[in-house]
Design a protein around this ligand. Structure first.
Ligand SMILES: C[S@@+](CC[C@H](N)C(=O)[O-])C[C@H]1O[C@@H](n2cnc3c(N)ncnc32)[C@H](O)[C@@H]1O
Length: 224
């Protein structure tokens, strides 16, 4: 299966589920259908996202700087970002709605220090509130249809501890074009929701990245 086939199948699954009023069920279906083959998972890259790796390097977050600091990965997928943060020294919790994705992470990284958890962003454990020095969100928001996405900013913001950081990586756009098609890139106006929720934007990158499929992406950093 090519990456294009995997993307096409993901779009079909998302559309079928949405037609039934179920915006989230397609993720688990996609991971189950993949049967352990990452070629079927369009966002699986087998390494931490380059914009995360670049940020960690730039901030000189190394084993010493991050030791004892807690990080939370939202919509962890196959776990590469979580593992990258653990290597940088963070104590990492990584969660995903999909039990199959979480099982897959545990199988891939059997000796990992990351705590992989099945959890729904919209019903997250109360003890995660204000609990993390770093919250990393990559590509979950863009995979949610607008009506669901608008409710997702608040729980993500609440995970950030006082003085903590939220790092968001997403496809970016100036205006929404086809709002029916996922992934739907985020606008800066949407990202401003994090500021309305009490976070201060401290850095913003608007860049075209990706060797195989160059796309516009935003990397936004916020502090509480
Ligand atoms: C497009 S994938 C991105 C995965 C990963 N962040 C990456 O960049 O490779 C979005 C992920 O978010 C998860 N997800 C979607 N809705 C969620 C929710 N409400 N709570 C937790 N995870 C969710 C999906 O199961 C999926 O693994």
């Amino acid at each position: 299966m090519t990456r294009d086939d995997a993307r096409q199948r993901a779009r079909e699954l998302a559309k079928e589920h949405r037609a039934r009023g179920d915006a989230l069920g397609w993720f688990e279906k996609l991971y189950v259908e993949a049967r352990g083959d990452a070629e079927h998972v369009p966002w699986a890259d087998d390494e931490p996202h380059p914009l995360l790796a670049d940020w960690l390097a730039r901030e000189r977050v190394d084993g010493i700087g991050a030791t004892g600091r807690r990080a939370l990965v939202v919509g962890a997928g196959l776990g590469d970002d979580a593992e990258g943060l653990a290597r940088a020294g963070f104590a990492v919790t990584a969660f995903d709605l999909s039990p199959t994705a979480i099982e897959w992470c545990r199988r891939r990284f059997p000796t990992s220090r990351v705590e992989y958890r099945v959890a729904d962003l919209f019903a997250a454990p109360a003890e995660w509130r204000s609990a993390f020095d770093l919250v990393f969100e990559c590509y979950t928001l863009q995979a949610l249809p607008l009506g669901v996405r608008e409710r997702a900013f608040e729980p993500i913001a609440t995970f950030v501890a006082p003085g903590g950081t939220l790092l968001v990586v997403t496809r970016g756009t100036d205006v929404h074009e086809n709002v029916e098609e996922l992934p739907l890139p985020l606008t800066q106006a949407e990202l401003a929701r994090f500021e309305a929720l009490g976070l201060a934007r401290t850095d913003f990158l608007d860049v075209v990245t990706g060797e195989q499929m160059p796309l516009r992406r935003f990397r936004a950093v916020y502090r509480r």
